[in-house]
Design a protein around this ligand. Structure first.
Ligand code: IPD
Ligand code: CA
Ligand code: CA
Length: 260
């Protein structure tokens, strides 16, 4: 039942993405330069919330554009109505709907759908991860220097130690390819599918990571913060890998020797 409603909600959002993609829509700006929200983000979110509330009126919902719709419930739906909004606004077909479901504070189900590629990623805690119904697995690469990585950059640049640009330079200067797709949920799913060996980002929100993080773990990967500690969707930093290059990536991100 939960999975069926999750699928219905994701598809309702995706229908709005398809309806507005490459059409005319209004765009407004949020905090930070170029942090956009479009008419399609709001339409997708509205459609998703309607499906959840129709089936589970007592569930808690957290969304990017509406914030918290609180209920006293063990279930919380964490919704990004369009992940990759800048791509969407520019007609770049790398964007998706991403929804994770928490039960008593743990993500138990996640679904990410890119309607332009017709790719539906799904995971349920303890039951593996799938792409369009077929099981997926992380890659087997053991050397971070031979890996293909992906990252993203926040809209408001972080001028901190081990900043996004410093870490990016450390990988790039060693000849490691680091892609930047512009949709964190898709980045995570592509790690789960073995297309990328690792993904890191300094400032994600719960709606960016909730579904994708479970999908990576269920595909056999590892997800932590930048200390190597347990990942929570409510903290910003994320490192998601195939597990085999995790420690190597941590030492490059933190600029420490592998044994430190
Ligand atoms: C953004 C994308 C991007 C990431 C940003 C996110 P949005 O989400 O996932 O890849 O680098 O940190 O905010 O704004 O397109 O939903
Ligand atoms: Ca997002
Ligand atoms: Ca979004």
């Amino acid at each position: 039942m939960l999975q069926t409603v999750l699928h219905e909600a994701v598809m309702a959002g995706a229908q709005e993405i398809k309806r507005f993609f490459n059409q005319t829509f209004t765009i407004s700006n949020k905090e930070g330069r170029n942090n956009l929200v479009t008419e399609a983000d709001h339409a997708s979110e509205k459609a998703i919330i309607a499906v959840i509330q129709k089936n589970y009126p007592d569930h808690f919902i957290l969304t990017e554009e509406s914030g918290e719709l609180p209920q006293n419930s063990d279930y919380k739906w964490i919704v990004d109505p369009i992940d990759g909004t800048i791509n969407f606004a520019h007609g770049i077909p790398i964007n998706c709907v991403s929804i994770g479901i928490e039960y008593k504070g743990n993500v138990i189900m996640g679904m990410v759908y890119n309607p332009h590629m017709n790719e539906l990623f799904f995971a349920e805690k303890g039951k593996g991860a799938t792409l369009n119904g077929q099981p997926i697995q992380v890659s087997k690469e053991t050397d971070a220097m031979k890996s293909c990585l992906v990252t993203g950059f926040p809209y408001i640049y972080l001028n901190i130690e081990n900043s996004p640009l410093q870490v990016f330079e450390r990988f790039i200067s060693q000849g490691v390819p680091v892609r930047r797709l512009g949709a964190a949920a898709i980045d995570l799913c592509w790690v789960a599918a073995g297309r990328f060996d690792g993904f890191y980002e300094h400032k994600l929100e719960a709606w960016d990571s909730a579904a994708g993080y479970l999908i990576v773990e269920e595909a056999g990967g590892k997800v932590t913060d930048f200390t190597g500690g347990k990942f929570s969707v409510y903290q910003h930093r994320i490192l998601a890998t195939n597990g085999l290059i995790h420690d190597q990536m941590l030492s490059i991100i933190n600029n420490t020797s592998p044994s430190a």
